[in-house]
Design a protein around this ligand. Structure first.
Ligand code: ZN
Length: 680
C-alpha cells in the first residue's frame, strides 16, 4: 500500500524555525510543494497553526494566516495543515507497520518510515523510505531491533546512561553496508529500547495497525499461562482489548475502530474510532512485557506472585540481570530469581558492596550461603528497592537469618525494612551497634511510629545508647522506654547529665577513654610514639606546638578521637598525629608539626610504617599531611637540622646506635633494614 504524499512547505533559510539565529541569513522565503504537484514560492512566513509538525515557530505581523495553491486552489489553514521542512533535514511523514512471516516461530515487524527531505543543492524535494525491523525468533528466544535514521523521538540516544549502550557503540558493530545506527538484541534488561519503535507523533500518518494485531496474536500462544495473569491493563490489552477493525472509504482512506461497551450499562456494543496514540502506547507496553518473557520465560512467575507493577519496576530497576545469568544460576522459581537479582550484577558478577564494608567496622567475610531468600523473606518484599536493604543487612550481618525470619513473621514488613535501612544509613562511620533485642524494642514500642516526630528515631536511639555507655549506666535502661517520647526524654536528660559531668570530670573521662591505647606507645628507629594520655598533656601539646589539638578534647572524651605525640629522639622534631576512632580501631587523619607545619620525610614515612605495623588505616582525604614538602616544614626552637643529623649518622656508620633505643633491642633488626630502605 502506498500512502498519498502530503503537502510540504520548505522554510528555505530556516527563518521560521526557532534557533539562536547567529548565522541568520536573509530570508529566502518559503516554498510550497503542493500534493497536486505544483511548486510555488512565498516571501512571508506562515503562522504556526498551519504547520503540522512543529510546536514552536517564529511569527511576525506579516506571517500569512493561510495560503492557496494556484494550481489546485486548495487553501492551507488551521483546518488543512502542511508539513514544514528545513533544508537538509529529513522528516518522517508516514509510518506503515508490516508483518513478514518466515515460518511459525520466526517473523519480523517491519516499520516503514516515509521520509521527505528538501535538498538545497538542486532545489528538489526528495522522498525515500527508511526501514526499521523488530525480528522475533521464538524458538531461540531472541528478539533483535534494528533502527535507522531518522527517529520519532531521540530517546534512543539519551538512554545510554541506563543501559550502558550508546548509539556509537552499536554503530561499531554494524556492517559497513548497513544503514542501521542501532542494532541490538532486546531482552528483559533493555525493553525500553522498544519505546521508539512504537512511539506516536500526531503529525505522522500511521497505517498497518492490523499487522501489529496479527503479530500479537502470533506471540500470545508462546507466553506460558498468559490466561492466568491477573487482570492488569496491558495484560488485558494483550488478551483481548487489542482487537481492531479496519474500514476503507471510497477514496482509499483507512479508518480503524474498536467495538466497545457503550459505557451506559445497557450492554450495547458501539463502534468507536481508534485512538492511535493510545493504541501504540498500549502496544509498546505489551511488547515490553512480551519480549521480557520471551527472553526469560521464568520471569512470568514474578507476575504471578507479585503482580504486574512489581514486575515492571523490577525490570526497570538495577536489580535485573541478563537472562543467561538467571539460567546459569538455575533461578527458575521466584525466590531464586530475587536472590540472583539481589546478589548479582546485570552481567552476573557478584555484588559485594565493598564500599559499605569499608565504611563500617564490619570486616566479616560474607558467605554466599548467607544471602538466601526464603519464602518468608520473599513474601516480605513489596518494593524492589528493598532488595538493596536486604543485601546490605545480610552483608553487614546486622542480624542473622533466624532473626530476619522472626521479624518478618511478627511485624509489618515495611516497618522492618524501614528500621533496617535507617540502621544501615546510620552505621556508616558509627560505632554503636544495635542488637536484635534493640530492634525488637523499637518495633514493640512503636519508637519508629509515624505519629510522633520520630523521623530521626534511629539517631536518637543510638545516641542514647552511646551516652548510656559513656555514663557507665546499665545497658538495660533503654528498654524502660515504652514509646518515642520516653526515649527522647531519656536521651535529653542523659545527654545533659553527661555534658555536665564531662565538664566537671573531663580529666577522668579522658583517662578512661585513652587507656586501651596506651599499649601503642613504642619507638621505631629514632621516632618515638606516645599516646597523649591526659587532658593536661593535650593542653600542653597544643600550647607547645601552636596548633589546635586541644579542640579535640571532647571528641577524645567521647571515644571518637585519639592524639599521639611523635618525637624524633635525635633531632627533637615533634609532631602530633590525630586518629579518628571507631570502637577499638583507629584511622590516621592528620600529622601536624610546629605551627601546623609539615613533618619531615623521615617522620612521615616512619609513621605510615608504624600504622601498618599496628593495623591502623590511613584516611586518604588528608593525604597532603603525608606528602613530604620541605617548603612547608618549620623547625622548633632548638631542633637539630637534617644536614647535621645526616652528618652525625655518617660518622656513626649509617645508623645511630642510640642509647635512647637500647630498650627496644628486639626491634633493631627490623628497624635497621627499614631505615636502610628510607636512606638508600
Ligand atoms: Zn495544489
Amino acid at each position: 500500500m502506498s500512502i498519498k504524499k502530503p503537502s510540504f512547505i520548505v522554510d528555505l533559510s530556516c527563518s521560521m524555525v526557532i534557533t539562536n539565529n547567529e548565522f541568520a541569513e536573509e530570508s529566502k522565503g518559503q516554498k510550497l510543494f503542493c500534493s497536486c504537484g505544483n511548486v510555488q514560492k512565498f516571501n512571508s512566513k506562515l503562522v504556526r497553526n498551519i504547520i503540522k509538525n512543529y510546536d514552536e515557530l517564529t511569527e511576525d505581523s506579516e506571517s500569512a494566516k493561510s495560503i492557496t495553491c494556484k494550481s489546485c486552489n486548495l487553501t492551507y489553514s488551521s483546518l488543512e495543515k502542511l508539513y514544514l521542512l528545513e533544508p537538509g533535514l529529513p522528516e518522517i511523514y508516514s509510518i506503515d507497520y508490516r508483518l513478514e512471516l518466515k515460518g511459525e516461530d520466526n517473523f519480523s515487524i517491519i516499520r516503514v518510515k516515509g521520509i521527505a527531505e528538501y535538498l538545497s543543492s538542486n532545489e528538489t524535494l526528495v522522498f525515500s523510505e527508511s526501514v526499521d525491523i523488530l525480528k522475533f525468533n521464538i524458538v531461540e528466544k531472541s528478539v533483535l531491533l534494528k533502527s535507522c535514521y531518522p527517529f520519532i523521538t531521540n530517546d534512543l540516544f539519551t538512554r545510554q546512561d541506563k543501559t550502558g549502550i550508546s548509539i556509537a557503540d552499536s554503530n561499531k558493530e554494524k556492517s559497513a553496508q548497513s544503514n542501521y545506527v542501532f542494532e541490538h538484541e532486546i531482552d528483559i534488561t533493555n525493553v525500553q529500547y522498544l519505546e521508539e519503535f512504537f512511539s506516536y507523533s500526531d503529525s505522522v500518518n500511521y497505517s498497518g495497525f492490523e499487522n501489529i494485531l496479527n503479530s500479537l496474536n502470533i506471540i500470545k500462544p508462546n507466553i506460558k499461562d498468559l490466561e492466568k495473569f491477573d487482570s492488569v491493563y496491558f495484560i488485558d490489552f494483550i488478551k483481548s482489548k487489542c482487537k481492531i477493525n479496519k474500514e476503507e472509504d471510497g477514496l482509499g482512506n483507512v479508518k480503524y475502530y474498536q467495538n466497545v461497551d457503550s459505557g451506559f450499562g445497557d450492554g450495547k456494543i458501539i463502534k468507536r474510532n481508534l485512538n492511535l496514540g493510545d493504541y501504540l502506547f498500549n502496544t509498546m507496553n505489551s511488547y515490553k512485557l512480551l519480549v521480557s518473557i520471551i527472553s526469560f520465560e521464568n520471569a512470568s512467575c514474578i507476575i504471578h506472585t507479585k503482580g504486574y507493577s512489581f514486575f515492571k519496576s523490577w525490570t526497570e530497576s538495577k536489580f535485573i540481570c541478563k537472562p543467561e545469568v538467571y539460567l546459569e544460576n538455575k533461578a527458575t522459581n521466584p525466590h531464586l530469581i530475587m536472590q540472583v537479582s539481589m546478589t548479582k550484577s546485570k552481567e552476573g558478577e557478584s555484588v559485594l558492596l565493598k564500599n559499605l564494608i569499608d565504611d563500617t567496622k564490619c570486616s566479616n567475610k560474607v558467605e554466599p550461603s548467607e544471602l538466601k531468600i526464603s519464602s518468608t523473606i520473599y513474601n516480605s518484599i513489596k518494593v524492589i528497592s528493598q532488595l538493596k536493604t536486604l543485601n546490605e543487612s545480610f552483608v553487614l550481618k546486622i542480624i542473622n537469618k533466624e532473626q530476619f525470619e522472626f521479624l518478618f513473621q511478627n511485624y509489618e514488613s515495611n516497618r522492618v525494612y524501614g528500621i533496617l535501612s535507617a540502621l544501615i544509613k546510620s552505621s556508616r562511620g558509627d560505632t554503636v551497634a544495635l542488637c536484635f533485642k534493640n530492634l525488637k524494642h523499637i518495633l514493640d514500642c512503636n519508637i519508629d511510629g509515624k505519629s510522633e516526630k520520630s523521623n530521626d528515631f534511629m539517631t536518637i536511639y543510638k545516641d542514647t545508647l552511646r551516652v548510656i555507655d559513656l555514663l557507665d549506666v546499665k545497658d538495660k535502661l533503654i528498654f524502660k522506654c515504652k514509646n518515642y517520647k520516653q526515649l527522647k526524654d531519656l536521651h535529653d536528660d542523659y545527654s545533659s547529665r553527661y555534658s555536665a559531668m564531662r565538664d566537671a570530670k573531663k580529666a577522668e573521662f579522658y583517662l578512661k577513654s585513652v587507656s586501651p591505647f596506651l599499649k601503642l606507645n613504642s619507638q621505631i628507629g629514632d621516632i618515638k610514639f606516645e599516646v597523649v594520655d591526659t587532658s593536661e598533656r593535650l593542653n600542653l601539646e597544643g600550647l607547645q606546638m601552636n596548633h589546635c589539638i586541644y579542640t579535640y578534647l571532647n571528641r577524645i572524651c567521647e571515644k571518637e578521637y585519639i592524639a599521639i605525640n611523635l618525637t624524633h629522639v635525635v633531632t627533637k622534631e615533634r609532631a602530633t598525629a590525630g586518629f579518628v576512632r571507631k570502637g577499638d580501631s583507629l584511622q590516621l587523619e592528620q600529622i601536624k608539626g610546629y605551627y601546623n607545619s609539615r613533618a619531615t620525610q623521615e617522620m612521615i614515612s616512619t609513621t605510615t610504617h608504624w600504622c601498618n605495623e599496628n593495623g591502623i588505616s590511613i584516611k586518604n582525604t588528608y593525604s597532603s599531611d603525608l606528602q613530604p614538602d620541605k617548603s612547608r616544614e618549620r623547625a622548633m626552637p632548638g631542633q637539630m637540622s637534617e644536614e647535621k643529623l645526616f652528618k652525625l649518622r655518617k660518622e656513626n656508620g649509617g645508623v645511630l646506635d642510640s642509647k635512647l633505643q637500647s630498650n627496644k633491642k628486639q626491634e633493631n633488626h627490623l628497624v635497621k633494614s627499614f631505615i636502610k630502605k628510607i636512606f638508600k
